[in-house]
Design a protein around this ligand. Sequence first.
Ligand code: PLP
Length: 373
Amino acid sequence: MTDFSARVEAISISGIREVFEAAGEDAINLGLGQPDFPTPEHAREGAIDAIRAGDVDAYTSNKGTESLREAIADKHARDNDLDVDPGDIIATAGGSEALHVAIEAHVDAGEEVVFPDPGFVSYDALTKLAGGTPRPVPLREDLTMDPATVEDAITDDTAAFVVNSPANPTGAVQSPEDMREFARIASDHDVLCISDEMYEHIVFDGEHRSPAEFDDTGNVVVVNGCSKSYSMTGWRLGWVTGSNERVERMLRVHQYAQACAAAPSQYAAEAALNGPQDAVAEMSAAFEERRDVLVDGLADAGLDCPTPQGAFYAMPKVPEGFVDEVIDRGVVIVPGEAFGEHGAGYARISYAVDVETLKEALEIMDDAAQAVR
Ligand code: PLP
């Protein structure tokens, strides 16, 4: 057999999968990274109408349809007070591809990328695929990323750092002051800040601000998408925005890897963004109720957990053997190590399940905590 590339040999399939396979079919799944709600009806209709009208049979422009990019620009004006030119947006196959093109377009072999640890699994893998060197940084006690830690980690070889707020796997939300600092660091050190804002609309405490709001050097690119905000993980529709020069470079990667995002999904996303936003608020309210149930339940079980302020994950500190014990008892949670070295001693619990199921899982986790103490 022929050789594989050293870059692909340096990465492996995410450890999260193994956990699902270890649990039985009837397990309660608190391992999932997707909302448990249907896609809003008006988004589905957007795709259906476009299919019926024959609008989706051909490639769209590489960047995505003009009307979708206008809807995305309107969204940034509405939610982030950002003036984004529709020409400086690329619609991608989910946030995943947006991260991919951002890293691929900016990171040379041997250059470093700084990102949170524990953090979303793609940052490490995409850095390695680009031939770069991952520089994971530990988090504060409350699981936010300290701008000072990021600044300390920056060297002459640093190409980029990643900010993710609200965060997967921690549920932490960075303060506006932190976001201002991240923009300053990107400017002072002339490194790229990749701001992953996939969970922007799922914030319970504090507020979501983008480092792009504080950026005056064009050193911030924003990754966002419909997967989490509109419960559209299966549609695969995200986007990346940045300065015109950066978008032009990212487009080269996107053009050859993807040509364009799937046209039906572009129409669904446009309808989701332009239509009523009630579903977004309703989902967020449901997540907040579950967050409260989970945090109370974990405290009752004697597990220490920084209160997540957004997304739909909690990351308690857990005793040795806890994760295996919980999985053996039929509840899927993910060991913190799956998200980086500093995740050891933690577990990620996703609360994208109804309150009743969550309560059932909490009883099992309580028993498991007693069993391993
Ligand atoms: N960024 C973060 C922090 C995520 O948690 C995810 C998905 O879990 C993504 C990006 C990728 O999103 P998508 O499903 O749109 O590719």
